[in-house]
Design a protein around this ligand. Structure first.
Ligand SMILES: Cc1ncc(COP(=O)(O)O)c(C=O)c1O
Length: 397
């Protein structure tokens, strides 16, 4: 096992962190507070566990590893449950307020006071699975029709989970970025509303709400930890998760905020390339990574605004170390609590393990025996067939 990690080709590029305003202006403290007070009032809300991986920390020679396990989130399997559903609610709020000529509260919609009107507002999105599941769940809760566009590589298990939540699922031949374009085009033609987790020029409200929704996770972490982490390893798809957590930590810990290390698959490294170029940059995906949730070629512009100020390091990892990390967490061999995690959840942990086998990289990242590392275990077993195959020893699925 150690060999796999010590020989893994990781790539590092330094960010140019200059925390000044984005962590407070792109996403404000008020945005986060509003999202937290709404989502924490939802039926079924429960904080997810922050798991201490003390055994593994000792083996790796760091002081702590805390792993926020988002698997149980609202029974949907991932942190994404917090974003798409909240953004859906906010779109409905804006539309109903405009139609009815008065400010409609989130609570009215949540309580079903406008169910007939909601049934006339169709919400759509492209997804690799988890965001769509969250949106479908929100639409089902609030009574709005939902259309989800998925690309060729999204597993049937993930598609089925969205159908089960009442979504109409449209599968295309192309990749994620093509599914984003189709969702956008069909929405424009039909008067539907795109609820995307990624932002682009002129499209910022739903992705801001999505990222605000994720802040519930950061709030729970900050309220649980006794000491600020020294490092946070954040996996990147379009960058929404990383930007939201980085901003939330900055708002909470101010100057004592941890060093932000972004981790991406080497097959989909758009944030890494953006850091190298000094501006949001597209990565041409040639092959799909095992980390389905991180297979994104275009960074979210708003997320990049935050990460360009907050992230100190950008790493890419190869797919080869993902399945071994899933098994390590799930088979209890470190003596820690067993965690069943999906492929995208373990990217940060895989990077930490590999970095600790590489003296030079550890030094570059400032990782040593005093480090307190925070990780976001962004999903549980969102596709049981894939998880079973990995646990049976498969490294590629
Ligand atoms: C499980 C999981 N982790 C991480 C991410 C990355 O989030 P983002 O695209 O906001 O960077 C995703 C995105 O779909 C995901 O599903």
């Amino acid at each position: 096992m150690k060999d796999i990690f010590s020989t893994a080709p990781l790539h590092h590029t330094a960010g140019s962190p200059a925390p000044s305003k984005a962590a407070f202006s792109v996403l404000s403290e008020q945005d986060f507070a509003n999202a937290c007070s709404e989502i924490m009032a939802w039926e079924g809300y429960e904080a997810t566990p922050l798991v201490s991986l003390a055994g593994l920390a000792e083996q790796l020679g760091v002081a702590r590893i805390d792993y926020k396990n988002e698997g149980p989130r609202f029974g949907l399997g991932s942190f994404k449950a917090l974003g798409g559903s909240y953004a859906a609610l906010r779109v409905l709020q804006r539309e109903l307020s405009a139609k009815l000529g008065r400010e409609i509260s989130l609570e009215e919609i949540r309580n079903g006071d406008h169910r007939d009107a909601c049934a006339q507002i169709t919400l759509v999105s492209a997804t690799d699975g988890n965001h769509g599941r969250s949106l479908a769940w929100g639409c089902q809760r609030f009574g709005a029709p939902c259309r989800i566009y998925i690309h060729a590589e999204v597993s049937e298990g993930r598609a089925e989970a969205m159908r089960d939540l009442g979504a109409h699922v449209i599968r295309i031949d192309g990749d994620y970025d093509e599914s984003v374009v189709l969702a956008k085009t069909e929405a424009e033609q039909n008067g539907w509303f795109v609820v995307s987790d990624t932002s682009w020029e002129g499209y910022t409200e739903p992705p801001r709400d999505v990222m605000a929704g994720y802040s519930v996770m950061t709030r729970e972490i900050c309220e649980t930890l006794e000491d600020a982490p020294t490092h946070v390893f954040l996996q990147g798809g379009v960058g929404g998760l990383a930007a939201s957590v980085a901003a939330g930590l900055r708002q909470f810990y101010k100057d004592a905020s941890p060093r932000v290390v972004i981790v991406e698959p080497d097959l989909a490294a758009c944030l890494f390339d953006s850091a190298k170029a000094g501006k949001a940059t597209t990565f041409a995906i040639a092959e799909e990574t095992i980390m389905a949730g991180l297979s994104c070629g275009e960074p979210s512009e708003m997320a990049w605004e935050i990460l360009s100020e907050e992230a100190a390091d950008f790493l890419t990892i190869p797919d080869s170390i993902v399945a071994p990390t899933v098994r390590l967490l799930a088979n209890g061999e470190t003596g820690d609590e067993v965690v069943e995690a999906g492929e995208s959840a373990v990217a940060g942990l895989a990077a930490v393990i590999a970095a600790r086998q590489d003296q030079a990289l550890s030094e570059t990242l400032g990782l040593d025996e005093t480090s307190r590392v925070l990780l976001i275990g962004s999903e549980g077993v969102t596709d049981p067939a894939i998880f079973e195959a990995i646990m049976a020893g498969a490294d590629h699925v």
